[in-house]
Design a protein around this ligand. Sequence first.
Ligand code: FNR
Length: 388
Amino acid sequence: MILRYPATAADYQKLARRKLPRFLADYLDGGAGEELTLSANNKGWQAIPLRQRVMIDVDRVDTSTTLAGQPSDMPVALAPLGLAGMMATRGEVQAMRAATAHNLPFTLSTVGICSLAEVNQATPSACWFQLYMLRDREFVKALLEQAWQDGCKTLIFTVDLPLPGPRHRDTRNGLNSAGARSLALKAQQLITRPGWLWHVAKNGKPLTFGNLSNALPAATDLDAFKHWIDTQFDASATWRDIEWLRHLWPGALILKGILDADDARAAVNAGADGLVVSNHGGRQLDGVAATALKLPEIVAAVGHQTTVLVDGGIRSGIDVFRALALGAEGVMVGRPWAWALAAGGQAALTHMLASWQQELKLAMSLTGVTRIADIGPEHLDFIEPQTV
Ligand code: FNR
């Protein structure tokens, strides 16, 4: 059955799986290990009931807010996704345009396909830039200078990837191995997806990482990419490096990958302006708790001092509402934006974001709240996050 009118994130996921070669769809969908955390993330939000209230004047419901000081139409930012540019022609440019159409921040990954300059030229606004700590600190400095010059005001600094988690789907698809057999497997998957090949051919370049062109030459396979990550990602980084970063970066500094209240306090002490409660979408340590479960204690620890965002398993405007009710100021959304992009490019993503805004508006209307700032735990029914 062809889904002509996708309605939910799951619909876009189905469409994406039909368009992308399997190794790429699996790279996007997969998590670490047995994918326990991946599935706990989704269920975590779904298990939180909303408290319906009626006969309250909700004629004017306003979903707009500010995220890291930036006005947005709703409290949603697009999370950084490495290789997302491969989901469609100049993928990150299309995503930036869709995000800007809704006045939402788009975050470009360190390992994005398009460069900062290309993404920032796509619209009048600038993206958020995500960075990992790399061993080559001069290179880190150069990237930060580049981002600042290109107009980025917010740095998302990811702290939960000292080394990559084991993604078994990638292993099974030969993504973690070089050689003829893995190439043959990928080629077999590619010939079943001529439409995607055409998109990528239109990119006009082999696999290039826009911001890393000096450090990571264009690759024909993902092996060079994987090798670069293994050698460059700095597992020795500590809070001192965050202080170093704080001095270097003049804009907002948001640490992504905090899952513990003590770490949240340390982030604030190191000078962060905000944090993202995240387990990397279940792609790092399988077995850690769902973000919905951890959010309340982190909000209790630092919510009065700093901006708290959350991601992982947010799949609708109603999930956005749930996250806000548990104390987040906003959410980041990962896989769903790439699903929409793969399914139908910028237009599909714009459409998905519009329906999320509608869902958020409905959730606000039927819980009796008209402003984002007024959403709180009183709008949830029976909150016992421990049971999530
Ligand atoms: C990611 N994530 C990620 N995070 C980051 O800081 N830099 C990156 O380059 C990437 N790359 C990446 C690729 C893919 C394919 C996925 C699925 C995820 C993590 C991402 O930013 C975010 O934390 C999660 O995706 C949120 O979970 P959901 O919304 O995908 O469930």
